[in-house]
Write a protein that binds this ligand. Structure first.
Ligand code: SAM
Length: 286
């Protein structure tokens, strides 16, 4: 599993070049795209297409080759394979055949975007691509909101440029409280831009910057500057509900002080409230 550049062909590791130059076969999502990268570095290993439509079907012949001792690298068009790209099903099959799978890390759009976004959030949740249909997209956003609302978590999405307008307006509807949106576009390429804007102004910002609807982009919804962990939660009943669900599981794994710290961070409830809960659980167990 070998990561390749997102755009700038110099973003490839020395180890990746060594491996591409020494394997017997390179599996590539689109051989025409990867041929350019390989030509740039004078790599002549044979290329074979492995994409979402033939990934499962190809697994047994690839496993046969590996069992015969051939070395194979898997790459995608850009970034890290199996991150919103083909690869995971093949990896599962290869591992199930007790053969080793080695990650060769490198570029990944979500990590590049996160690293340059200057997030307020301490954590992020990578939601990948939202559904294309608007009804399904809104339903998915509702589930995400419900699941993550008490956590100090930024949300990261991949999106196709021609859908950004619809997605941004759905995001603006989904988040009740003020949030910033970061649009990280054309990372590592000539027209790279990383723009932070209030989510509610994002469609207007797009109108003023129509170029954004071209090129590749990552969308990040950040948490507010004063993060939940430093404040009383807006709705303590939600924090409370999360606590009731999580506390027993946390206490099975962690000592009370650590469990209280983790739960306070996750729910936004004061630690003293959580200690009281732990104490009353203990008292009722005695
Ligand atoms: N496996 C890749 C990775 O490691 O990031 C992601 C592949 S996914 C099919 C393609 C999506 O990644 C694009 O729609 C876009 O959201 C994001 N992406 C890829 N290259 C990008 C770039 N140069 N700038 C911003 N986003 C990019």
């Amino acid at each position: 599993m070998l990561a390749t550049p997102l755009g700038n062909l110099r973003d490839i590791t020395l180890r990746a070049l060594d491996i591409l130059g020494s394997v017997d076969l390179i599996l590539a999502e689109d051989t025409r795209v990867s041929a350019k990268l390989l030509a740039r570095y004078g790599i002549k290993a044979p290329l074979r297409a492995l994409h979402e439509h033939n990934e499962c079907k190809s697994a047994s012949s690839i496993i046969d080759l590996l069992q015969q001792g051939h070395s194979i690298a898997l790459i995608s068009d850009a970034g890290t394979p199996a991150v919103s790209d083909p690869g995971a099903r093949l990896v599962a099959a290869v591992r199930a055949a007790a053969l080793p799978v080695v990650p060769i890390p490198g570029p990944c759009a979500l990590i590049a975007a996160i690293s340059a976004a200057g997030l307020n959030a301490e954590h992020f949740y990578f939601a990948g691509f939202l559904p294309v249909q608007s009804k399904a997209r809104r339903a998915q956003l509702e589930i995400l909101m419900e699941t993550l609302r008490t956590l100090d978590t930024a949300l990261v999405f991949y999106e196709a440029p021609h859908r950004i307008r619809h997605t941004i307006s759905d995001l603006a509807h989904a988040f009740q409280e003020p949030r910033d949106l970061i649009i990280a576009r054309e990372l590592t390429k000539t027209f790279e831009t990383i723009q932070r804007t209030p989510l509610t102004d994002a469609v207007a910002w797009l109108d003023a910057h129509p170029d954004t609807e071209r090129g590749e982009l990552v969308l990040i919804v950040d948490t507010p500057a004063t993060s939940l962990k430093n404040t009383t939660p807006r709705d303590t009943t939600l924090g409370d509900a999360t606590l009731t669900r999580w506390l027993p599981a946390l206490l099975e794994e962690l000592p009370p002080a650590r469990a209280a710290r983790v739960a306070a961070q996750a729910t936004g409830l004061p630690r003293s409230v959580i200690y009281d809960k732990i104490k009353s659980r203990r008292d009722s167990a005695d």
